[in-house]
Design a protein. Structure first.
Length: 138
């Protein structure tokens, strides 16, 4: 299994995790780390490093997901990347997270990251009036 760490502004990551659990059910090795304006960068960096160290012992790698490239969360994530067992993607959205969560049980870190990136790009679309009809879902 690939571990997932969401590092985001405020509670975005926690809410995405809650939405993921709503869609797919309980998720092991899923942690959200919130970054707020009043937080110490050094403290947050240590929290991320500690989380990743703990998670890499129980998984086959860790994928960090951040909300926005260039923001503090993505800058913190970039410092945590390691060649073989920690990767990071920025611009997380719910379809991306669902795809990653489904793939992480049976795939390598590189494959999960690739699938997440493809999905994240694919499902950013402009809606049209035809898209307003209810087709079920949550």
């Amino acid at each position: 299994m690939i571990g997932l760490v969401l590092v985001t502004h405020g509670n975005i990551g926690k809410e995405l995790c809650a939405a993921l659990v709503h869609v797919l059910g309980h998720q092991d090795q899923l942690i959200a780390i919130s970054v707020n304006a009043s937080d110490s960068i050094d403290v947050k960096r240590e929290e991320i490093d500690t989380t990743i160290e703990r998670m890499t012992k129980a998984t086959n790698g860790v994928l960090i997901l951040t909300d926005m490239i260039g923001g503090t969360p993505s800058n913190l994530a970039a410092h945590a990347i390691r060649a073989n067992d920690v990767r990071a993607l920025s611009g997380v959205n719910l379809p991306m997270l669902v795809t990653i969560a489904k793939a992480r049980e049976r795939s390598s870190l590189a494959h999960v990251a690739k699938k997440g990136l493809e999905c994240g790009r694919k499902f950013v679309v402009e809606l049209s009036p035809q898209d307003t009809s209810s087709k079920g879902g949550t």
